[in-house]
Ligand binder design. Structure first.
Ligand code: ADP
Ligand code: MG
Ligand code: ZN
Length: 485
């Protein structure tokens, strides 16, 4: 029987708040000047008094509610004691036995595309540490990060593959954006993932786990787990035992390496933080108010977009991943004329989705439709789609119109008129050009009549060129065939 991987995640996320978690220093992740957002409290002077940032508490609770957690009725902070140069006080204010929220879950899609529940053990609030900068012959420390509100989420060991671990991290990242809790930019270290991996043959007995730290991309999460599964399988198959330890991940080589072995759990000598009060979170309206702020979350949005607009999985993912584009798409649809037939509405929706995901996204080049300098109103976009669907403009002209709308914010019908892009809809006029083309191209006409389909394409091309793309290719093809028989 093969070994089955068992994986649990510990994820740290820096919260997006105005100030730090226990003092009034700014929480500015863009600050480049070291040790400029500091005060005696977050700099670790002895005897200073912390106060709790309510915004940070609310953001953890908001996350917890979105992840189906229970909120602790009463909670507290604890001192976690250890020595490290980036921790000036010699202890970190964290939460030990009374996390703000606990017992939740997040459903992700597994590799078979089925929904899989990953239980969340707890989410607590703590302070981030300073940052060490290692130079050639010395190490420097920057305390700007010290005291930033840091949320730690711990899952149960419910994850069973590298792909699932990655999916969990990606979905959580997306939810952070939906909740406006954090940018959770992994490159900037605002979201840091640690994976715990063990193997076992018998799912009722957990194997010895190895913890891998310093994973700073989704790709690293997946690769580190895969490497670790292979490494542990080889050890177990050779009859040896797994050492419980902490390992690092080398991104370049895609391997994990031993950092420190831990015989037993660390003893941090936790005790309740004497400078902060125990607090109660029983006021129902406090929790209710946070609940109201939770928007539709990615998974419900996926299901609704699919049902309501009959979009493909790929289209849905585009609109869920880029939530602003998703909101914009729905605004465009709401600007379409009312009382359209089902078929017509369906084709307008399809066309809108296509143009938003391919053409508009191409123009945006990674920017967002919610940016101030994005000029196309949903109303104009809807009008543009309507004109396209009615055949007012060809798909070729559509690109020109959309670019102009993007650059100037202009109204599509004005642009079409100004640029003289109206598609020729008068069939008599097109037929005249078709007849002329037949007259002027005897060889291709001969070829077509003797069965060479490609010759027809050539003739269509000739006519499209002649009309500067203003004749619909379908009409041209139809009229050509009629006139050639
Ligand atoms: P600790 O208190 O030692 O940090 P936790 O119980 O908090 O341990 O677990 C830490 C993380 O390790 C959790 O994400 C948990 O799901 C995961 N985990 C625990 N046991 C195992 C195991 N045997 N294999 C894989 N992951 C595990
Ligand atoms: Mg732990
Ligand atoms: Zn401070």
């Amino acid at each position: 029987m093969a070994y089955k991987p068992v994986i649990g995640l510990e994820i740290h996320i820096e919260l997006d708040t105005k100030t730090k978690v226990f003092c009034s220093c700014l929480n500015n992740p863009e600050e480049k000047n070291p040790n400029s957002n500091i005060c005696p409290i977050c700099f670790g002077h002895p005897g200073v008094l912390p106060t709790i940032n309510e915004e940070a508490i609310k953001k953890v609770i908001k996350t917890g509610l979105a992840l189906n957690c229970e909120v602790s009725k009463n909670s507290k902070f604890d001192r976690k004691n250890y020595f490290y140069p980036d921790l000036a006080k010699g202890y970190q204010i964290s939460q030990n036995d009374k996390p703000l929220v606990f017992n939740g879950y997040l459903n992700i899609l597994n590799e078979q595309g089925e929904s899989k529940k990953v239980r969340i053990k707890r989410i607590h609030l703590e302070e981030d540490t300073g940052k060490l900068i290692h130079e050639k012959d010395c190490s420097l420390v920057d305390f700007n990060r010290s005291g930033l509100p840091l949320m730690e989420l711990v899952t149960e060991p419910d994850i069973s593959s590298a792909k699932e671990a990655r999916k969990f991290a990606e979905e959580l990242h997306l939810i952070m954006h939906y909740l406006n809790v954090s940018d959770a930019d992994m490159e900037k270290g605002q979201m840091r993932v640690e994976v715990n991996v063990s193997l076992s043959k018998d799912s009722s007995v957990l194997g010895t786990r190895v913890e891998i730290k310093n994973l700073n991309s989704f790709r690293s999460v997946e690769r580190a787990v895969n490497y670790e599964i292979e490494r542990q399988t080889a050890i177990l198959e050779s009859g040896e035992k797994i050492v419980q330890e902490t390992r690092g991940f080398d991104d370049k080589e895609a391997i994990t390496f031993s950092q420190r072995e831990k015989e037993e759990a660390h003893d941090y000598r936790y005790f309740p933080e004497p400078d902060l009060p125990f607090f109660e979170l029983v006021q129902d309206d406090f929790i209710e108010k946070i609940k109201i702020e939770i928007p539709e979350l990615p998974q419900s949005k996926r299901e609704r977009l699919k049902k309501e607009y009959k979009l493909s999985d790929k289209e849905v993912e585009n609109f869920v991943y880029d939530k602003e584009l998703g909101y914009y798409f729905e605004k465009v649809i709401s600007e379409l004329e009312p009382n359209l037939s089902k078929e017509k509405l369906g084709s307008l929706i399809k066309l809108s989705a296509n143009y938003l995901i391919t053409d508009l996204k191409g123009l945006l080049k990674g920017k967002s439709v919610s940016d101030k300098d994005f000029l196309i109103t949903p109303e104009n976009f809807a009008e543009f789609i309507g004109l396209l669907e009615q055949g007012e403009i060809s798909s070729k002209s559509a690109k020109i119109v959309l670019l102009e709308m993007f650059e100037t914010g202009g109204d599509p019908s004005n642009i079409i008129e100004e640029k003289n892009l109206t598609q020729i809809v008068d069939e008599d006029e097109i037929e005249k050009i078709v007849k002329e083309a037949i007259k002027n191209n005897p060889k291709p006409v001969e070829d077509y009549k003797s069965g060479k389909e490609a010759a027809l394409k050539f003739l269509v091309g000739q006519i499209m060129a002649k009309t500067q793309g203003k004749a619909g290719p379908e009409t041209v093809t139809r009229l050509l065939k009629e006139n050639l028989n």
